[in-house]
Design a protein. Structure first.
Ligand SMILES: CC(C)(COP(=O)(O)OP(=O)(O)OC[C@H]1O[C@@H](n2cnc3c(N)ncnc32)[C@H](O)[C@@H]1OP(=O)(O)O)[C@@H](O)C(=O)NCCC(=O)NCCS
Length: 512
């Protein structure tokens, strides 16, 4: 103790390192310092401050000190003590016991490595195939014959179904037709809405697969929207019947002109919502769930709108370019191994396709769910911008499906899952039923435009149920998250290759 105290005194003219908070293991004595023992237990210190030495009370020494040395605060003394020690009982950062979790730099490294390795792939692709990007070629994907625009014409015809829904609702609201008749009319309307475009796509030879996907996509969205429109208006009638007096226009529903889509965003109640303006606002709004009074944003932010527009234009060009330059040649090169059923080469091709396919899917996600939906929402002053949640952190497959496409998920919950659960259906049966409906629509959107029925999309969607069970049962945390990513990265190219292979065999092999 004495020696240490002396050393402290000798060293006190060295400039002090302020702001150092490192814990010292060496105190003045084992009992008096803030020391940590080998077993990890901390010994409580009677004096965290440097204890005063007996010699300090000696009058002579005291006098000398008063003459030659400045008086040091306890803080100064402990800082000086710290210089004597440089080791602490601690784990290495990469040991799990260290509790260290800040891997921001590693994440940056991953991004840098990803960019570098893809730059090499990009260069290799350019050297091998030259520049394949051709924006004009895209037009021919939609329009084989410049005088025939079947897909846009089909979309325009969809107005008939919108009008049919509105007029059915108006008749129901005044009681001209019964609920039973209304349900029947909706059944006819919605069934025709799905069957008519698919029959058109299947029979029209001028309809290209891309045009077919576009037209059927619009009709599927319309189907879900009109189904929601039917349900909500029916709920309104139920409420009107049960609470006739108290609810009717209690929130000032002065006129039809103040429904969704009007310049003045005042409250509307049933049946004031049954207007052309209201239904068309809903048809174009970025949601599948109808509501009488959507939350509205106060104004259109021009800079936000322009940024989203720029992103939309940029990312769509990037998507088209990547498909032409990267996906098309990879798929073309995959045909031979698939014909020969060469499994190792098939696997190699599939993994090769996985990278561009996944990149394109991620860009598509941003383009559609962030840029495009926000653009439309901003333009229409539609307030609810929750189009996706943090699906990238999914540790279970069900979390992914409940968070990556919020408009569809919300519709499934509101118009299918919860209604059948309320009827006493078991949770697993209800989830299976939702995935069954979803699988049907996935297959509808792929098989009809390609004019071949292979059920790959259907099976892909249905396989989510056992996958969800497996991941939920056996994997947790990061392992679960990795499993979700792997299923996304590998699952999609498998389905893509299956369809492309079958399409190629039907259309090109038969010709040759
Ligand atoms: C099937 C699916 C709807 C299940 O969703 P989930 O969030 O895991 O379902 P949960 O069991 O956790 O319940 C969700 C809701 O139902 C409610 N619920 C549960 N049991 C209920 C019952 N018996 N009665 C009424 N509501 C009930 C819950 O309270 C919860 O409500 P909240 O959202 O308001 O909190 C979802 O996985 C899904 O949307 N799948 C299909 C997705 C899809 O195909 N997307 C296509 C994208 S291309």
């Amino acid at each position: 103790m004495y020696q240490i105290s002396e050393m402290v005194d000798r060293n006190d003219r060295v400039p002090m390192m302020t702001g150092r908070t490192r814990r010292s293991t060496i105190g003045p004595t084992p009992a008096g310092g803030n020391s940590k023992q080998a077993n990890g237990s901390k010994q409580s210190s009677a004096g965290e401050k440097t204890p005063s030495h007996p010699s300090h009370s000696n009058g002579k020494v005291k006098k000398e000190k008063q003459v030659h040395e400045p008086v040091r605060t306890p803080q100064e003394r402990s800082t000086i003590c710290e210089r004597l020690s440089c080791h602490v009982l601690q784990e290495s950062l990469l040991s799990s016991a260290s509790g260290y979790s800040n891997y921001r730099g590693i994440l940056n490294w991953c991004v840098v490595m990803l960019v570098l390795s893809n730059a090499r792939l990009f260069l290799e692709n350019l050297l091998k195939y030259g520049i394949l990007v051709d924006p004009i070629q895209v037009v021919s994907l939609f329009l084989k014959d410049p005088y025939s625009w079947p897909a846009p014409c089909l979309v325009i015809v969809s107005n008939v179904f919108i009008m049919a829904a509105l007029y059915t609702e108006r008749k129901l609201s005044v009681g001209t037709i019964s609920e039973m008749t209304g349900t029947f009319l909706y059944l006819v309307n919605l069934t025709t809405l799905l069957c008519f475009p698919s029959a058109t796509v299947l029979t029209l030879t001028s309809m290209t697969p891309a045009g077919g996907v576009f037209a059927l996509g619009v009709y599927t969205i319309l189907f879900m929207k009109l189904y929601s429109y039917k349900d909500v208006n029916m709920w309104c009638r139920e409420i009107r019947h049960t609470k006739a007096r108290t609810l009717t226009r209690s929130h000032s529903c002065p006129s039809v002109a103040q429904s969704n889509g009007s310049a003045v965003h005042s409250h509307v109640s049933y049946p004031g919502n049954l207007t052309h303006r209201d239904i068309y606002y809903f048809v174009f709004a970025p949601t599948l769930c109808y509501e009488l009074n959507f939350p509205r944003s106060p104004r259109i932010r021009k800079s936000f709108l322009l940024r989203r527009l720029f992103e939309m234009l940029f990312f769509i060009q990037l998507l088209i370019g990547l498909v032409q330059q990267w996906i098309v040649p990879t798929i073309q090169n995959s045909m031979k191994p698939f014909q020969d059923m060469d499994f190792s080469r098939m696997m190699e091709r599939m993994l090769k396709l996985a990278v561009p396919n996944h990149l394109i899917w991620l860009i598509f996600f941003y383009w559609f769910f962030h840029s495009s939906m926000n653009f439309v929402a901003e333009l229409m002053q539609f307030g609810d911008r929750e189009f996706y949640r943090d699906w990238w952190n999914s540790e279970t497959v069900t979390y992914f499906w409940s968070n990556w496409n919020i408009p569809v998920h919300k519709w499934c919950l509101r118009h299918f899952y919860k209604p059948i659960m309320r009827r006493g259906v078991n949770k697993w049966v209800a989830q299976t039923a939702v995935f069954l409906v979803s699988a049907f629509f996935h297959e509808y959107l792929v098989s009809v435009p390609l004019k071949m029925f292979r059920l790959w999309a259907f099976m892909g969607m249905m396989s989510q149920i056992p996958l969800a069970w497996f991941v939920g049962r056996f994997l947790r945390g990061n392992h679960g998250n990795a499993a979700v990513w792997i299923s996304l990265i590998i699952g999609q190219p498998v389905a893509v290759l299956m369809y492309v292979h079958d399409y190629y065999v039907i259309h090109y092999m038969s010709q040759s």
